[in-house]
Write a protein that binds this ligand. Structure first.
Ligand code: PBG
Ligand code: ZN
Length: 335
């Protein structure tokens, strides 16, 4: 004869709050909205270019004449902002095309501000798309080791940012991880009369394998070496806090963590420690992974994308820069 084991019944029942869909809505802690999204655009030189990027299905290199259709779509979906990357027709050692008032991104900015004045135009401020060697600033010889010349890059960054400001940019987003870049840009903008223009710093940008598809899109792969002397070591979290502290001290208004998925802990720590508007960049390789799996029928794209982006919000992100923005906006408008 078996004695019946006395099984204590649970006193705490979290499942009560999951029992009804409306109840789940009521207690939901984080909500992804269209207002959280920023959509990246690749502006290509030439005419009538709308070339799909092989490693980023659904994303295109667009020439200026093909930009209006993309902007109309962004606008009709109610997405608040775009971030622009330019692919110029010619490159040189210092990336001088980036500072040209008639440069491709400056032209795109003027066009967008004309077509959609209320759309926020964010400009990635860096040199890697404009240098013939693909690094994020001019190079110099450091005792036989060729590396980006940090201090020579600073005035050029200020010059580039001012040029974008003149073209009508709403936010500048320096992405090169140069020491002192925020102070240099803030000073340059202020002197040129743009003291009201906010800076979104790519403050904690890691040297990541997830940028691969972007470099196809932006044609910005370094011709030698890698970016490990300026972008951060993926193993470091405390250092990311120091980077953010420095950039805020130098005058950054908002900070970014990039990439997103492998760095959710950094997003959480930045948000908790500094309490400033925090952006996360859901980068090209992250997009490519989801697209590839979805195309194979291995995952439900909509479900996985919404889950991933909601995860960024839960981690503390206020702003999500993502290639999924158009799809997400469509999905959110459907529900
Ligand atoms: C360049 C820059 C990069 C991205 C945005 N600006 C990558 C790089 O270091 O080459 C990456 C974006 C992405 O992968 O989606 N400073
Ligand atoms: Zn760069």
């Amino acid at each position: 004869m078996m004695a019946e084991l006395p099984t204590p019944l649970p006193e705490r029942r979290p499942r009560r709050l999951r029992s009804h869909p409306k109840l789940r809505d009521l207690v939901r802690e984080n909500r992804l909205t269209v207002d959280d999204l920023v959509y990246p655009l690749f502006i290509y030189h030439g005419e009538n270019v709308r070339r799909e990027i092989g490693s980023m299905p659904g994303q295109y290199q667009l020439s200026l004449d093909r930009l209006p259709e993309a902007i109309a779509e962004v606008q009709s979906l109610g997405i608040p902002g775009v971030i622009l990357f330019g692919i110029p027709d010619s490159k040189d050692a210092t990336g001088s095309g980036a500072c040209d008032d008639g440069g491709i991104v400056q032209e795109a900015t003027r066009l967008i501000k004309r077509l959609a004045p209320e759309l926020l135009v964010i400009i990635d401020v860096c040199f890697c798309e404009y240098t013939d060697h693909g690094h994020c600033g001019p190079l110099s010889d450091h005792g036989g080791r060729i590396d980006v010349d940090n201090d020579a890059t600073l005035p050029l960054l200020a010059e580039q940012a001012v040029s974008h400001a003149r073209a009508g940019a709403d936010i500048v987003a320096p992405s090169g991880m140069m020491d002192g870049m925020i102070r240099a840009i803030r000073h340059g903008l202020d002197r040129a009369g743009f003291n009201g223009l906010p800076i979104l710093s790519y403050a904690a940008k890691f040297a990541s394998g997830y940028y691969g598809p972007f470099r196809d899109a932006a044609e910005s792969t370094p011709s030698f070496g890698d970016r490990r002397t300026y972008q951060m070591d993926p193993a470091n979290g405390d250092e990311a806090m120091r980077e953010v502290a420095i950039d805020l001290d130098e005058g950054a208004d908002m900070v970014m963590v990039k990439p997103a998925l492998a760095y959710m802990d950094i997003v959480r720590r930045v948000k908790e420690r500094f309490g400033v508007p925090t952006a996360v960049y859901n980068v090209s390789g992250e997009y490519a992974m989801i697209k590839a799996a979805a195309r194979n029928g291995w995952i439900d794209e909509r479900r996985v994308v919404l889950e991933t982006l909601t995860g960024f919000k839960r981690a503390g992100a206020d702003i999500i820069i993502t290639y999924h923005a158009l799809d997400v906006a469509r999905w959110l408008h459907q529900d």
